[in-house]
Ligand binder design. Structure first.
Ligand SMILES: Nc1ncnc2c1ncn2[C@@H]1O[C@H](COP(=O)(O)OP(=O)(O)O)[C@@H](O)[C@H]1O
Ligand SMILES: [Mg+2]
Length: 164
């Protein structure tokens, strides 16, 4: 296996948020362009993971899937920026381009994308894939690192004790 994979069971929504939060804290320490692909059916917990990611960076307002807006941008402390995309309603790479995805993917910016498989060309470029699925009353989680940046973030996120 070439890509490091981390698997876990997430017993409740709080656990899903903690996973997102751990990645966000690791990214804040290495804020280079980051593309996270969030894969899973409707209700799998993708937006919950994004809430945890944003919460760890100090975003406290409501966070919803931008299913109609397609992208929501959150400025965060330290000159960082998080773009939350939902590609459910898009039909291919042309529309992703029009959404400004390439421009959003830059230094000090993280792009968190729900339904990345709507644009396979872009999906293939993700640094980190977060796969969520129903498992009992909770969810299964798989984190796949596909770039050196993602490998470093995964190592950091799993090594550091979680802030309380
Ligand atoms: N680990 C988990 N165990 C049980 N329920 C969860 C878990 N993570 C998230 N949920 C719940 O799943 C539902 C759908 O979550 P959401 O993040 O909106 O999914 P998605 O964005 O993938 O459609 C929410 O009610 C949320 O509380
Ligand atoms: Mg969602």
């Amino acid at each position: 296996v070439r890509e490091p994979v981390l698997s876990a069971h997430l017993a409740d929504e709080e656990a899903t948020r903690r996973s997102g939060a751990a990645l966000a804290r690791a990214w804040r320490a290495r804020p280079t362009a980051l593309f996270v692909a969030l894969v899973g059916e409707l209700g799998a917990g993708k937006t919950s993971w994004v809430r945890g990611f944003l919460g760890a960076l100090g975003v406290s307002g409501p966070v919803r899937s931008p299913t109609y807006a397609l992208v929501e941008t959150y400025p965060v402390a330290g000159g960082l920026e998080v773009h939350h995309f939902d590609w459910y309603r898009i039909a291919g790479a042309g529309e992703v381009e029009a959404l400004g995805f390439r421009e959003a993917l830059r230094e000090r910016s993280a792009c968190l994308v729900e339904w990345p498989e709507r644009s396979p060309l872009e999906h293939a470029r993700a640094d980190l894939e977060v796969a969520l699925a129903a498992e009992g009353s909770g969810r299964s989680l798989q984190l796949r690192a596909r770039s050196p940046l993602a490998r470093a973030l995964l190592a950091d996120a799993t090594r550091k004790p979680e802030a309380t």
